[in-house]
Design a protein around this ligand. Structure first.
Ligand code: DGP
Length: 115
């Protein structure tokens, strides 16, 4: 068994971080290192998918649930418009291998493209 991911540890309350929203199979937190005025993470509760490619191939409904929560959060925290980023692989900037979507909103500019 590999170590639980940082997001599983947050979900289980081992690491403090406010869970700002959840659905049956997903939850959301604020990114610890925000790169936009609104920078949230939407995460499946299951740790079984390392990245969005694995998730889309195995459980597209769960991916759709993530997109739905991102949309809800962008409406609640900003004007409803948002950028959704899935860093994929270390070369794509991914550092946590428990798939997650970066939801960026609120006065985006070119500088906030990289989540
Ligand atoms: P990525 O680099 O795409 O794998 O994104 C991982 C993000 O997770 C990164 O932007 C920072 C965030 N992050 C890492 N550790 C923590 C934490 O303990 N709490 C919160 N809220 N965010 C974290």
């Amino acid at each position: 068994m590999s170590e639980p991911s940082i997001f599983t540890r947050i979900l289980e309350g081992e690491i403090p971080s406010e869970i700002i929203a959840e659905t049956e199979n997903t939850f959301a937190i604020r990114d610890i290192n925000p790169r936009a005025p609104i920078h949230l993470l939407v995460i499946p509760k299951t740790p079984e998918y390392r990245n969005v490619v694995e998730l889309a191939a195995s459980d597209p409904e769960l991916l759709a649930e993530m997109v739905g929560l991102a949309n809800t959060l962008a409406a609640e925290h900003s004007d409803g418009d948002f950028r959704l980023v899935f860093n994929t692989g270390p070369g794509g900037g991914q550092s946590v291998f428990h798939v997650h979507a970066h939801v960026l909103a609120g006065g985006l500019d070119e500088a906030s493209t990289g989540a």
